[in-house]
Design a binder for this molecule. Structure first.
Ligand code: ATR
Length: 277
């Protein structure tokens, strides 16, 4: 069989860790395939996607800033893509370009691995109301979390999102966060606060009950200020790297025909990359 080929596109794309993740799995499973990073400028995305059939590429991942544009450009979308409103993986099928979103699978898979039973832990507080928040809320709904509280600096964005997801999802401004944490079982940060060692805390995990789990979708640094504060408070924490690793699983399975495992070995490799070893 001819070599199977897939890609990740974004702009910029040089620092994407996806080629390392997929390359690791291709070598581990002895698959005749390749996975390459392709930098595509926003104004060139439509022609790039239009040229896929006939290129020999089976599909690929889409990352910042192309997720919403790709959503609009694909021929068909699955339910997850429709609900989240963004596409992070593509494949060709019967001459049509399909788009899906596996970020929510990454989020749920990460918590399944490191905090089993998380979905039954009580109300969830989600910080942020952007694209990443939509994937997280979809995961929470899929796993049956009944009380989801979106907290955002800009309240109308939180309201728009709550309306989109319907029953069980409420919207709040940042000043309400203290009261919302008192009986929460899960706190999720989806904002870029905490990136680049920014010491600003959007929410104080001190106000959470003892059984609460705290997770951050930011994974550079691995221990964000929020996770450090939660750990100091004695709470269970899950860092965001597992979301990146687990979101890659459905794409690899689709393009290369085998469901890959997220192992400690893979995690160690990407941690070393993040820490610059
Ligand atoms: P993403 O796709 O990564 O979620 P986004 O759609 O730009 O990115 O959303 C960024 C989120 O981080 C938003 O919820 C944003 O809050 P606003 O809707 O009020 O803009 C939040 N965010 C970013 N910088 C922030 C800051 N300095 N303080 C509070 N919230 C911030």
């Amino acid at each position: 069989m001819a070599e199977r080929r897939a890609f990740v596109t974004g702009h910029p794309i040089a620092h994407s860790r996806s080629p390392k993740i997929h390359g690791h799995w291709l070598a581990k499973y002895g698959i005749d395939g390749s996975y390459q990073a392709i930098d595509v400028r926003p104004e060139d995305l439509a022609s790039f996607l239009g040229s896929l059939s006939g290129s020999g590429l089976r599909g690929g991942n889409v990352t910042i800033p192309h997720k919403e544009t790709a959503f609009a450009l694909v021929d068909s979308r699955d339910e997850a893509a429709e609900t989240i409103g963004a596409v992070n993986m593509l494949w060709l099928e019967d001459g049509r370009l399909w788009g899906s979103n596996s970020d929510w699978i990454g989020f749920a898979g990460n918590l399944d691995q490191y905090a089993p039973g998380w979905a039954a832990n009580g109300p969830a507080v989600v910080l942020g109301a952007g694209g990443a928040s939509r994937a997280v809320i979809h995961a929470l709904k899929q796993r049956g979390v009944k009380d989801i509280r979106i907290v955002n600096r800009t309240l109308p964005r939180a309201k728009e999102l709550a309306g989109r997801f319907g029953a069980g999802v409420s919207a709040h401004g940042a000043d309400a966060v203290g009261g919302l944490l008192a009986d929460a079982g899960l706190l999720v940060n989806t904002t870029s606060l905490g990136m680049h060692g920014d010491a600003t805390l959007a929410a104080d995990p001190g106000g959470l009950p003892d059984h609460a789990i705290v997770t951050d979708i930011v994974y550079v640094p691995l221990e964000t200020p929020l996770l450090a504060a939660a750990k100091a408070r004695g709470l269970k924490t899950v860092d965001g790297l597992g979301m990146l690793l687990h979101q890659a699983v459905p794409g690899f399975q689709r393009w290369f025909g085998r469901k890959p495992e997220v192992t400690p070995e893979l995690r160690r490799m990407i941690v070393a990359d993040i820490e610059g070893h």
